[in-house]
Design a protein around this ligand. Sequence first.
Ligand code: BES
Ligand code: ZN
Length: 629
Amino acid sequence: MNLLKISLITMGLVTVASCENATTSTSSDSSSTKKEAILKMKRATDHHSYSKPAEAVVTHLDWNAVVDFESRTIAATATFDLETSDHAEKVILDIRELDILSVQVDGKDSPFNIGEEQEFIGSPLSIEITPLTKKVSITYNTQPGADAFLWVEGSEDANPFLFTQSQAILARTWIPCQDSPGIRFTYNATVDVPKDLMALMSAVNPTEKNAEGHYTFVMDQPIPSYLLALAVGDVEFRSVGAHTGVYATPDLIDAAEYEFAEMEDLLIAAENLYGKYAWERYDLLVLPAAFPFGGMENPRLTFATPTIIAGDRSLVSLVAHELAHSWSGNLVTNSTWDDFWLNEGFTVYFEQRIMEAVYGRDISEMLASLSYRGLVNELSDLSPNDTHLRLHLKGRNPDDGMTAIAYDKGFLFLRMIEETVGRAQFDAFLSEYFTKHAFTVMDTDNFIEYLEGTLLTDETTRDAVNLTAWIDGAGLPENCPKIQSDRIENVDIAVASWASGELATSDLLWNDWLYQERYRFLKSIPSSVNVTKLDELNSTFKISSTGNNEVLFAWLEQAVLKGHEASYDRLETFLINVGRRKFLTPLYKALLDTDQTNMALSIYKKARPNYHSVATGTMDELLNIDGGE
Ligand code: BES
Ligand code: ZN
């Protein structure tokens, strides 16, 4: 590999395809070769972005912003460095819910055009340029209801909080950008916030507040727009290892420091598996409970829900997951949202390998078994076309692709390959995959080509793997691996004999079980079990007062399904305080399925103002409510 090729790769400018093509150039002019490499990069068409990177593509962002909690807006200027083609006439950025005030091209005020708005996608912001243009600058305001944001109101005991969620296509609601995962850029930022709050980004972060509320950020490794992130809140930092630390509000910082004390071990285990961690530090920010996800892999700073603070470190697999994205997703990025399984399937596989390395095979097999069960349950709700690994999300919200298919079918696919070729070979393949494609994008076709050219070179192995059935076929192919977890099987036996009355409640081994076993038990209670028996379970093991939110969630779901009214206050507080969609959807669904629609609606009315747009989008649809803001 020549030096130029290495520098292009570290700059994130080369894809798999262009690795072979563009960098063999003999041109002595390295800047024009670099330009070629960026512009001619073979990108899959992204149906969720207006950008036309072959004409002009952004390479760096300077973002200067002032955050105003009162008006719930950010006033900002985004200045992009461009690489332009010889015929460039315009650069197109994605915008949605933004008020564009002015545009400058190389320092001169310039006309711009905002095209028609499409649902989810927003509008194209077209700016006239020439092949000589170096920079475009956009001055704009965000809107109070912008979908990426959640502004959490302050109270007597808590300061206000703001966080963003950019994945999949919400970055464009707070920064005009080429909002496509196939386009990477570095960024610098300055952010002004109220004096008692700290600002954090997916970049090099401060560890202390400063008196002026003025923060500067540098992210000098190129990232796709969906990894742009900002949080503003009254947070403190605690180091938990040489490269790891946690940020949380004062009420949670001690608990967070304890809960995530093993983060450095996870990082070391991950490096031992698939190579050096590329992002220098791995810190975790505990967000308000309204965060719609469990975690989000923003580079250098995972955003996480406080619902994983269980007091006993039992939910750290989520940290393993977000950490794993530092390779699968953040280094090698899905080219479009149709290739989402390349991010999430690899990450679930990697997560479980980290868990196995740190906590043992028993634990990782329980997780694998739960992942398998989750997938089987979800398969019946999905239309067969949505059960292929390769998705077809054109004209749809990419959020529709966030199902167990990308995650768990993706994981099982990789596990099947591991079992077919052997772990040593598969690990060598993955290490090389991450190293070779670091800071580039991957789409499903290129992945197949790479896999067939490296690991699956012989026909017998190719036949055994049956790529077509997994990638473009429905459901679970015949060669799906069998997950064997004795502990989970014992729980399945216990729940059956308890339900049939053979096993007394007091004889259940609940107190010896880990959270995964308790969760499995609750999730498996058959409809034949009545509310009296459920109540006995609760009074014997005090389930409704557990500190483990996964267990609490599974309990509340059963409580709703069986009409355990004594738990309804707890249910209401949970739904009002927690905005994690993975919990909300099944709980509201359970209320609807048991004809408790009025209760669902009355709780939702109180809870909705606390939720992020990602959650209200799904819940409005489920509860048939016109969000109409
Ligand atoms: N990157 C995802 C979250 C995401 C995906 C946000 C698609 C928006 C669009 C994150 O890594 C994730 O998978 N989170 C899971 C955690 C889990 C599987 C351990 C979650 O939040 O539940
Ligand atoms: Zn993930």
